[in-house]
Design a protein around this ligand. Structure first.
Ligand SMILES: C[S@@+](CC[C@H](N)C(=O)[O-])C[C@H]1O[C@@H](n2cnc3c(N)ncnc32)[C@H](O)[C@@H]1O
Length: 221
């Protein structure tokens, strides 16, 4: 019964996104889900764009309570085809960047940004494993993740953020969308600033959390 209700409840949403994606496809863009076969799950997961409404909601939360949009420099860890980079630009965040492991998606993202007129000189996009970025992180104060990689990569990425903050002290926040590995943050002593349960109607097994973290020692810098 729940399966049927879930299907019916989501019809308007599906129609909206199908129409939007079809129009974008006509324009030459590509934001379809994608699993790049060039890497395994032990280094990273597949591409699926964040839900735009959830993204806007959590970003507005940061804007109103922690750091205004115009002071943000936003880094998407695993930007895929760039849907969230574009949403970030639409919010008026002045500096945007990120890293993507897949060379294929890195190219697609660049093409999408170009077609949609969102190519900017100060957009810093890297094609690499997020675990390998160090000084490049110094330019950013919002680190966004939508469940991109497993714990082994996440731990390195978290350490690289802390090293970056030590190098260049600043207020910073990690936004973790669909926070499956939240225990890793907790175990490492990060400070949970906000926890938003996301309920999926008629599919309780899809219920999840969006979380905002900073690192205790640096929260007041
Ligand atoms: C769930 S998608 C999220 C896409 C985008 N951030 C969003 O929210 O719409 C995860 C992305 O992370 C990328 N990824 C996976 N492992 C990675 C790694 N180790 N380093 C950089 N990117 C990675 C994947 O290729 C994929 O595009």
């Amino acid at each position: 019964m729940n399966k049927i209700l879930y299907f019916i409840f989501n019809i308007p949403c599906r129609i909206y996104w199908k129409t939007k994606n079809t129009i974008l496809k006509w324009r030459g863009c590509d934001f379809a889900d994608f699993r790049d076969p060039s890497f395994e799950f032990d280094i990273g997961y597949q591409y699926r764009p964040s839900r735009v409404n959830d993204f806007r909601w959590i970003m507005r939360k940061i804007d109103s309570e922690f750091l205004p949009f115009d002071q943000m420099s936003f880094f998407d860890a695993g930007f895929g085809k760039g849907a969230i980079l574009i949403e970030t630009m639409k919010l008026g965040i002045p500096a945007v960047g990120g890293v993507e492991l897949s060379k294929n998606m890195y190219e697609i993202c660049r093409k999408n940004l170009k077609i949609l007129g969102r190519e900017k000189e100060n957009t810093k996009l890297y094609q690499a494993n997020a675990a390998d970025l160090t000084k490049q992180l110094d330019d950013f104060n919002i680190f966004y993740m939508f469940n991109p990689f497993p714990e082994i990569v996440l731990k390195k990425f978290m350490q690289n953020i802390i090293d970056s903050i030590k190098r260049k002290p600043r207020k910073f926040f990690v936004v973790y969308h669909h926070a499956t590995l939240h225990q890793t943050f907790q175990d490492a002593g990060w400070l949970l600033l906000y926890n938003r349960p996301i309920k999926e109607r008629f599919k309780p097994e899809y219920d999840t959390y969006d979380k905002i973290y900073t690192f205790e020692n640096f929260s007041d810098e």
